[in-house]
Structure formats: structure tokens, C-alpha cells
Design a protein around this ligand. Structure first.
Ligand code: RFL
Length: 407
């Protein structure tokens, strides 16, 4: 749904070639690509700069995505500070199984907390490339995205007045809870949704990692995950009922459950620490098809959410942003609309590939605790195949790293 035009209580509209709604990884990457080509753009963000620079979320970035950032001059600090990971570990029935994916693919994962990437991208966009950004905006509305002159309006946080910006293009990069998706769904685009039927308690512990790699624990009490983030902070996950209250998970219960579900012969003990984030994610995914309408293009979580099972969401957001940024530059500077016309289909090919992988992996994680012996048996077969079959192992490694296609 879009807001009508004209806009009451607004001064005369200003013009800008591109308006980007949302300053997450997708929006900031699009903004940076536009600025590098000398294209003016305005980024609108509801939160403050301090807030987005501290919001912890993802941490695992695929190598092709980092190379894509590097090619666009956006990975200097990341390459200096990120860790590289070459293996992960599965734990099941008290046993440990190391999986060396770099050995199989020649590629690795980078581990770099999302808030560090956002900090780098804001600095580059606003402080280095001179990009315009408004923080703390309210009530963002989209007007006539199918016309030749779409516009975006918002309430200015200082004056409370509604400001209107006419644009050639609008990039909807406002995440899962944003407003731009409503301009497509349900009239113009289909929303495909999958519910995993489980919750994940997402935790951040002020504690060093307990292992040198990502660890996945498949346990009859539920899945547990260990994801190093930095030398002092580690992300953990515990499968829980959907809609569970984080208050049901006090410190002692969390660590007892993590020790139980991640326990295995010869595994180093967990390094405990204060829990600085405790939130329940109802595990679900969705995909909007197509991701564009008229002069509005969605990117990242605004267009598709991927439950964090396979650490894919940020990577998909970057993939969209590279294509959208390059497509907008080609259209605005050379009148070449080919990138934008193929944008949605090209993005969706990778989106669905990652969705399907996440679903496959989700069943391996959750089957054991499903209470259904058939699903538990099938989950174990999936896991065994990774150690028994070199072909299955190679395919898993390729998909885990997103290595089949390039960014
Ligand atoms: P974001 O990061 O949500 O940014 C959207 C921005 O838009 C703002 N906004 C608005 N601005 C203007 N007007 C409005 N009406 C607005 N509404 C919202 C928001 O404040 C925000 O600043 O979306 P983007 O850029 O598409 O990036 C997507 C990623 O953030 C997301 O996919 C990942 O965090 C998912 N994810 C992971 N992805 C990975 O690739 N690897 C991982 O290891 C990984 N771990 C995770 C994750 C997501 C998690 N949560 C919180 C669901 C771990 C967790 C716990």
C-alpha cells in the first residue's frame, strides 16, 4: 500500500536522483556505490547513528561478499580486523565431527560483527563520500512508486514537519519491519512464507569463544549453536518453543542447557560470561516476488528474510545491494536500464538457493528434537552423509560458503 499524493502540511518537494530507505548493510552499500559514481542520494533511517553502529546481529560473511565489498572500496577495515574461519564442527550423540570446508572449496568465511560493518559503511558514506543521511526520521511514506516521479516523505525529527523528496528511484532497504514492502505485497508481488515451528533463543555472551570455530549441536533437547564473534564476545543459540519468554531463560538455565547440548567427548569446557543479549526469534523465512515495482526496488530483509540457520541474511542483503547499486548507477549515469530490469530475477535465484539450503539444514538441526522418530532418523542420515560421502561433503561446503556463484 502506498500513501496518496499530494502531501498535506509539506513544503515544496526537493529532488534527488535516489532515495534509500534504511541504513542497514543493504541501504548503506547501495548509498556508497551511488556516491562512488558521483550520484546524489539521500538515505533515511528511523534510528540514530549511535544505535545502528551498536546493533549486534550477524557475524558470518561469505568470501564472495567480502570480495564484492573490497572491489567497491568498502572492505579495508574488515580485511584488517575480521577473523577467517575454515572449519565448523558438528556435535551429535556425544561425538564431535570437524568439517573442513576450506579444504574442499578453497574458500573461507569471514567473521566480522555486523555492527562493525555498519559503522564502516556509515563512515565511508557520510564522512568520506559526502553522502546525505537523515537519522531519526519518523513516519516514512512512499508515494506513487509506479509513476515517473515517485517520492518519499517523512517527518523531520527536529521540526516535526513533513518533508517530501522526489526521486528517480527509491531503494527499499528498511529491513523486515520496514514500510516499503507494503508497496508491493499483496497487490503486485507474492509473499512466500515458511515457518520452522521452533524458536531460537539468541544470546550474546560477554565471553571469549569456547572453540576456534562455529559449532552446531544436534541434541534430543534441541539444537544449540556456538558462533565466535570477537575475542570477547560469543553468540550462542538454543532451540526453544516459538514465542517463549526470554525471562524463562535465566543465566544458570542457559549455561546448563548449553553445556548439555554442546557436550561431546574431548570438547573444551564452555567459557561462560554475562549474557548481554537474550531474545527469542520465531524461526521463519519469507520471499517477496518480484522484488520491484515501477521505480521502487527492494533489497535485503525488506524483500526476503532468511531465518539465521545458515547465516545467510546479511550475505543476501549485500548481494542485492551490489546489483541494485550497480544497476542504479548504470541507469542514472548512462541511461542503461538492463541491470535494473534483470535485478529481481537475478537476486531471487540466489535467494531461493539460500532459502532451500537453510530449510535443508534446519531439518538436520531440528529433526533430532522433533519428537518424531522418522524426522530424527532422517536428520541423522543427513549428518552421517556429510562424513561418509565426499560428494555430499563437497556440496555442503559449496552451499555453506555460497561458493557456487560470484558476487
Ligand atoms: P537491516 O539490517 O534490518 O537494516 C534495515 C534498516 O532500516 C531501518 N528502518 C527504517 N528506516 C527508514 N524508514 C523505515 N520505515 C524503517 N524501518 C526500518 C532499520 O532501523 C535498519 O537500520 O536490513 P538489511 O540492510 O537488509 O540487512 C539484513 C541483515 O541485517 C540480516 O539479514 C542479518 O542480520 C541476518 N543475520 C545473519 N546474516 C548473515 O548473513 N550471517 C549471520 O551470521 C547472521 N546472523 C542474523 C544473524 C540475524 C539475526 N537476527 C537479529 C534476526 C543473527 C541474528 C540473531
Amino acid at each position: 500500500m502506498t500513501a496518496p499524493s499530494p502531501h498535506p502540511n509539506s513544503g515544496s518537494p526537493r529532488r534527488c536522483p535516489a532515495v534509500v530507505v534504511g541504513a542497514g548493510p543493504a541501504g548503506l552499500t547501495v548509498g556508497n556505490i551511488l556516491r562512488a559514481a558521483g550520484v546524489d542520494c539521500l538515505v533515511l533511517e528511523t534510528e540514530t547513528r549511535a544505535f545502528i553502529e551498536r546493533r549486534p546481529r550477524a557475524g558470518v560473511i561469505e568470501e564472495w561478499a567480502v570480495r564484492g565489498l573490497e572491489r567497491r572500496g568498502l572492505a579495508r577495515t574488515l580485511l584488517e580486523r575480521a577473523q577467517t574461519h575454515t572449519e565448523c564442527e558438528f556435535r551429535f550423540a556425544g561425538e564431535r565431527y570437524r568439517f573442513g570446508y576450506t579444504e574442499l572449496t578453497g574458500r573461507h568465511h569471514f567473521v566480522y560483527p555486523q555492527q562493525f560493518l555498519v559503522t564502516d559503511l556509515v563512515r565511508e558514506y557520510a564522512d568520506v563520500r559526502g553522502g546525505e543521511i537523515r537519522f531519526g526520521v519518523r513516519d516514512v511514506r512512499l508515494h506513487e512508486p509506479e509513476s515517473d516521479r515517485p517520492s518519499v516523505s517523512y517527518l523531520d525529527p527536529g521540526s516535526g514537519e513533513r518533508r517530501v523528496v522526489e526521486a528517480d528511484f527509491v531503494a527499499g532497504c528498511d529491513g523486515a519491519r520496514g514500510v516499503t514492502r507494503a508497496a508491493l505485497v499483496p497487490e503486485r508481488s507474492r509473499l512466500a512464507r515458511h515457518d520452522y515451528g521452533v524458536g531460537w533463543l539468541a544470546l550474546l555472551a560477554e565471553a571469549p569463544p569456547s572453540s576456534d570455530c562455529v559449532v552446531f549441536g544436534m541434541h534430543p533437547r534441541g539444537f544449540a549453536g556456538h558462533m565466535p564473534r570477537s575475542p570477547d564476545v560469543t553468540r550462542y543459540y538454543l532451540q526453544c518453543p516459538p514465542g517463549d519468554d526470554p525471562e524463562n531463560w535465566p543465566h544458570e538455565r542457559v549455561w546448563t542447557e548449553l553445556r548439555e547440548r554442546l557436550g561431546a567427548a574431548g570438547a573444551p569446557p564452555l567459557k561462560e560470561g554475562r549474557l548481554i543479549e537474550r531474545r527469542v526469534l520465531d524461526m521463519h523465512s519469507y520471499v517477496v516476488e518480484p522484488m520491484a515495482r515501477g521505480r521502487l526496488f527492494l533489497a535485503g530483509d525488506a524483500a526476503h528474510l532468511t531465518a539465521p540457520i545458515a547465516a545467510k541474511g546479511l550475505n543476501l542483503a549485500l548481494h542485492d545491494a551490489f546489483l541494485l547499486g550497480d544497476g542504479l548507477v548504470a541507469s542514472l549515469t548512462k541511461g542503461d536500464g538492463s541491470g535494473l530490469s534483470g535485478y529481481s530475477a537475478t537476486c531471487l535465484a540466489r535467494v531461493w538457493d539460500y532459502q532451500e539450503f537453510s530449510q535443508w539444514l534446519g531439518e538436520m538441526y531440528h529433526g533430532t528434537a522433533s519428537g518424531d522418530p522418522y524426522r530424527a532418523g532422517a536428520a541423522l542420515a543427513r549428518l552421517r552423509r556429510l562424513s561418509d560421502s565426499p560428494v555430499a561433503a563437497a556440496e555442503f561446503a559449496e552451499r555453506y560458503l555460497g561458493a557456487r556463484t560470484t558476487g
